[in-house]
Design a protein around this ligand. Structure first.
Ligand SMILES: [Zn+2]
Length: 73
């Protein structure tokens, strides 16, 4: 057996193992972030689920997720 062949073979196995590990980590991240994406309305304390939600579903107040965007007149 050629030495290069063995190296190539073991590298392939390592690569597959790394890919499986990365996939498992990715799935873990997805499930954990889905649960974590929760914010509370500063006005009424209503729990808002979703990362791209801009307004409270209960009182309609604008959620201050990013400060500095407010336009003062
Ligand atoms: Zn609210």
């Amino acid at each position: 057996m050629d030495f290069n062949e063995i190296v190539c073979y073991s590298q392939t196995i390592i690569l597959i193992l790394l890919l499986i590990g990365a996939l498992l980590n990715f799935r873990k991240d997805l499930s954990s972030t889905k649960e974590k994406v929760k914010s509370k309305c500063p006005s009424c304390g209503y729990n808002i689920i979703g990362s791209d939600v801009q307004y409270c579903a209960k009182c309609g107040d604008l959620l201050s997720q990013s400060d500095g965007l407010g336009l003062d007149k």
